[in-house]
Design a protein around this ligand. Structure first.
Ligand code: DAH
Length: 328
């Protein structure tokens, strides 16, 4: 009997399963009702008792060995399956961060103006009275100050949160002489009631172009180039308007046809830089002329992405922001 045990022991060692079925047949072959090891146990009962102790121990060892081999083969198989599966599986989804719609629109606009030589310039959100109002030809008692409700930080001298990005024009012209071609984007603040259409903090982009012989028709051409680039081929309309820092001034509308709305959408204010503004920053108005423009980013983003409520931009609701994941 010991010989038989030894033989089976060597047979067991050779076993390598290629599949689940191999393991099943192996199990039946050795441990099944008529399996080789089961048969040996039956034979064991007939042994004389003096042999039983030794043979019994060997037989038990053989049985354990068989179970161990089955276990190891099962484990190997499952590992193989796993690695096979890994190769064929599509990759795990990788979650990319989303760009905020305001940044998306801002970057689009910056790119459009970069193409025609405008470079970016940053200026502070906390401003003094000179840069936000006075140098822009909005003197203390000028009614235009009432157009914007200002958040003051300090009074006399006045320190405030800038109410528009036009302050950047002054900051830039104080330090640089023409030719000037700059674009500046950033947050601005006004003490307004929060509603679907207005907020106390929003974003503007300001542009300034100063050189010799810059004309109103240059401004109009540039606006047409800009709206065509942003909205596709588009019709524009310039309405006469008033801003203390530009003469003449205009407001620009783009004609849009949407399922929900067809009509003119106001997108920016603009005009020829007022000679008084040039004088305030020591630029000779007889030598140079220029145009300036300013637009609200939220308004354009609302339109481009068909969003109905401006407050969504600032609430950081992940369900809203995730919708922009795939847009770059
Ligand atoms: N600063 C103006 C506003 O906040 C927008 C504006 C109008 C900017 C005309 C300009 C401009 O540069 O020329 O409403």
């Amino acid at each position: 009997m010991i010989k038989k045990i030894e033989q089976i022991h060597w047979d067991l060692k050779k076993f390598i399963a290629n599949g689940q079925e191999d393991i099943e047949t192996f199990k039946v072959k050795y441990l099944g009702k008529k399996g080789k090891i089961t048969e040996l146990f039956k034979e064991f009962k007939t042994l004389p008792s003096r042999e039983k102790k030794y043979v019994g121990a060997e037989l038990n060892r053989l049985k354990n060995e068989c179970s161990e081999i089955i276990f190891q083969n099962k484990y190997k198989l499952s590992k193989n399956e796993e690695s096979l599966e890994d190769l064929t599986k599509s990759g795990k989804p990788y979650i990319f961060g989303a760009r905020h719609p305001i940044s998306l629109v801002k970057n689009k606009i910056i790119n459009i103006f970069n193409q025609i030589g405008f470079t970016s310039y940053e200026s502070p959100e906390i401003e003094d009275d000179w840069h936000n109002f006075t140098a822009l030809n909005i003197p203390y008692y000028h009614p235009a100050r009432n157009m914007q409700d200002t958040f003051f930080i300090e009074k006399d001298p006045d320190i405030l949160l800038r109410t528009h990005t036009s302050s950047v024009q002054i900051r830039y012209m104080e330090k640089h002489s023409p030719p000037i071609r700059i674009l500046s984007s950033g947050r601005v603040y006004r003490n307004e009631a929060i509603s679907p259409r207005s907020h106390q903090m929003f974003h503007q982009i300001e542009g300034l172009y100063v050189d010799t012989k810059v004309s109103f028709s240059d401004l109009k051409q540039m606006i047409q180039y800009f709206t065509n680039s942003l909205f596709g081929s588009s019709r524009i309309r310039l309405r006469p308007s008033y801003f203390p820092f530009t003469v003449p001034s205009a407001e620009v509308d783009v004609y849009c046809e949407l399922k929900t709305k067809t009509g003119w959408l106001e997108i920016m204010g603009c005009g020829m830089v007022n000679t008084q503004v040039f004088r305030n920053v020591d630029i000779d108005p007889d030598k140079f002329s220029g145009f300036a423009f300013g637009m609200g980013i939220e308004r354009i983003a609302l339109f481009l992405y068909k969003i109905g409520d401006l407050r969504l931009f600032f609430e950081n609701d992940i369900r809203f922001l995730r919708q922009f994941e795939s847009i770059h």
